[in-house]
Each structure stands twice: as C-alpha cells, then as structure tokens.
Design a binder for this molecule. Sequence first.
Ligand SMILES: [Zn+2]
Length: 109
Amino acid sequence: MPSLSIHRNDTVKVLAGSDRGKTGRVLRAFPDKGTVLVEHVRVVKKTVSSKTSRMRTQGGIAEQESPIHVSNLALVCPTCGVARVAYKVEGSSRLRICKKCGQELPTKK
Ligand SMILES: [Zn+2]
C-alpha cells in the first residue's frame, strides 16, 4: 500500500497549476493515485441535472474540487510555512517532522 506524505486535514500550498500559491485543507487523499482533494483548489463547475441533484443550486451549477497530484503540493508547517518533510520512526509509527524547525507535523484525525 503506497503512502503519501500528505494526509487528510493537512494544510498544503499549491506549487503549480492555475491555483498556484493557494493554500487549503486536504479534504481527501487517494494514496493509490498519489492525488488529494484540496479545499477550494482546482474547483470545477459542474452542471447538475435537476433530476439527479437534491441541492437546488441556482442555474444547476455545483462547484466541486478535483484531485491534484501531491507533487504539485507542499505541506505547510504551522511554524515556518512551506515545509520539507522528514520522517522519524518511533516504534511502529512513522512521524512526519518539518526539516526546517524539527517540529512534528501530526496527522490530524
Ligand atoms: Zn517548521
């Protein structure tokens, strides 16, 4: 099972693409594809048929994030901003730490 350095509920910064420079919270991770969904990033407008949608959005348009590859993202450290991630193995768990300040980047549940 491949694992990503970016997990759900992490704060990330977009490094490439049309949303470059934006930061957002990771809504979902797809480790097998190496992609994540980031809140307000790569938002696409979808036309929703009134037959299938229970939400009554004006004009039948719904906004939805689309997955972005983790190579286009950087994890944001609460202390120093964009972080490079290092790993520390402690017992059976692998902790992520910020390479710059050494702070642990906890995986939020
Ligand atoms: Zn840091």
